[in-house]
Design a protein around this ligand. Structure first.
Ligand SMILES: [Zn+2]
Length: 237
């Protein structure tokens, strides 16, 4: 397979649709090869089954125009940053050879989310070690960026997803077992209207920070490099 330009790694199917799906779609529209790797299939979820969640995630992937989507089926709600998990993930990174990897921010309420970030970061490093596995070629991503939407932190940058927002919403609603109205546990789960309003409010909040309608926030650990300060946005006044 041709190497991916951009790979998003997340704990649960539908995390990517909520945190960086607009960015993935925007990059695919720009001609980049994008992919998604979900670590668990949501086997502890109240609604649906792992197989159903994976089938729904494939429908969502088609809407986001990703070239590849996979699921490692690690245990949901008890994701563990073990050597075995890191090695499996590092093997997958060597196979997919992404230039840039989006991973979850390192602090979160849900333990799976921060553990997925930690596990993915360490696997990206391991994937670059020649002697990790003599059978496969080493590959270390050029850049790791953190999707920070679940964390209430100031982003390093925001991507304008105004043109991708509706399609990202359709991708999220492709998880009919999770977001279909009138499913078992409806009193516990927000309605589609509620979901739409909530996601629009969050995307609007971040969009507002860069002077556009909808945005997705990211954090990077390195200082951002700028080549052209004349075209630098957003505007000050
Ligand atoms: Zn999640």
């Amino acid at each position: 397979m041709k190497p991916l330009d951009l790979l998003a790694i997340a704990a649960h199917p539908d995390d990517v649709e909520q945190t960086c799906g607009g960015t993935l779609l925007k990059m695919a529209e720009a001609g980049y090869r994008t992919g998604v790797l979900d670590l668990t299939a949501g086997d502890m979820g109240t609604r649906g089954t792992p197989d159903l969640r994976i089938a729904e995630s494939e429908a969502a992937a088609a809407l986001m125009l990703v070239k590849w989507r996979g699921n490692l089926r690690f245990p949901d709600a008890r994701l563990d940053n073990s050597i075995a998990a890191r090695m499996t993930l590092a093997g997958k990174i060597r196979e997919l050879r992404p230039r840039v990897v989006i991973i979850p921010y390192w602090e979160a309420r849900h333990p799976d989310h921060y553990r997925a970030g930690e596990l993915a970061f360490e696997a990206c490093f391991l994937a670059g070690l020649k002697k990790l596995d003599e059978e496969t070629e080493p590959h270390r991503p050029f850049k790791v960026i953190y999707s920070s939407l679940y964390a209430n932190v100031i982003p390093s940058f925001v991507v304008d997803i105004s043109a991708q927002f509706d399609r990202r919403m359709q991708a999220l609603l492709a998880y009919k077992s999770q977001y279909g109205d009138g499913q078992p546990g409806s009193d516990l789960f927000p309605s589609q209207t509620e979901i739409r309003e909530r996601l629009a409010a969050i995307a609007r909040f971040y969009g507002n920070q860069i002077g556009v309608k909808y945005g997705e926030p990211f954090v990077v650990k390195e200082t951002m490099k700028v080549d052209d300060v004349v075209t630098l946005g957003p505007r000050t006044f």
